[in-house]
Design a protein around this ligand. Structure first.
Ligand code: AMP
Length: 212
């Protein structure tokens, strides 16, 4: 099953994507995670995208498409995949179709997590991540047992550089202008499934599971 999990920053794509990835045994591919890894490893790609990401702007389509094409060629994508944070623009969506068509594949479903703007801002500003194992927390809805410490591995929690107030605003405006039009695009292809992302994590997971 070839899936896209779609939604604004902070809509819960990563969290829900992990559940789907486990239940369907398909890799969850997050372009944001891939770019963050490139930045952390100080690779050529990382150097190119680092300042773009810290401003909350979008990495150019050509760079993103090349990265995704290489990733989708790997063996673990043979029986399906879930894309998180990609596509984010119409040219990316069209580029993805071309990449998939070359191996007679297509996207089966797009799961769109709909969350109010107010709760997106709240969620992003209270998001924390473990430096060590990457587990995600939310100070309001999913806090760690001990402040600043990961329940899973005892690692230190940090806030993403682009989860700060002014960058969040910019990321949201980029989302509304560049990314939101894709909802109409996938609706017209009859592959869009909308889920109310304002509910609790388990409720949303159950709703998504029922759709798949
Ligand atoms: P995310 O973790 O999905 O919120 O992505 C973090 C940042 O990585 C974004 O704000 C962009 O700068 C960059 N990025 C991730 N995915 C894409 C994409 N599909 N197109 C352009 N930029 C992206």
């Amino acid at each position: 099953m070839n899936l896209i999990i779609f939604g604004a920053p902070g809509a819960g794509k990563g969290t829900q994507g992990e559940f789907v990835s486990k239940s369907k045994s398909i890799p969850a591919i997050s372009t944001g995670d891939m770019f963050r890894e490139a930045v952390a490893s100080k690779s050529e790609l990382g150097k190119k995208v680092s300042s773009i990401m810290s401003k909350g702007a979008l990495v150019p389509d050509s760079i993103v498409l090349k990265l995704v094409e290489e990733r989708l060629r790997k063996d673990d994508c043979k029986s399906g995949f879930l894309l998180d944070g990609f596509p984010r623009t119409l040219p990316q969506a069209k580029g993805l179709e071309e990449i998939l068509a070359r191996s007679n594949k297509k996207i089966d479903k797009v799961i769109s997590l709909e969350v109010s703007e107010e709760s997106i801002i709240k969620r992003l500003s209270s998001r924390r991540i473990c430096k060590n194992c990457g587990r995600k927390y939310n100070l309001e809805t999913l806090p760690p047992k001990k402040e600043g410490i990961c329940d899973n591995c005892g690692g230190e929690l940090f806030q993403r550089e682009d989860d700060t107030a002014s960058t969040i605003k910019h990321r949201l405006s980029v989302y509304f202008i560049e990314t939101q039009p894709l909802i109409e695009y996938y609706k017209n292809q009859n592959i869009l499934q909308t889920v109310n992302g304002n509910k609790s994590v388990p409720e949303i997971s159950a709703e998504i599971a029922a759709l798949l």
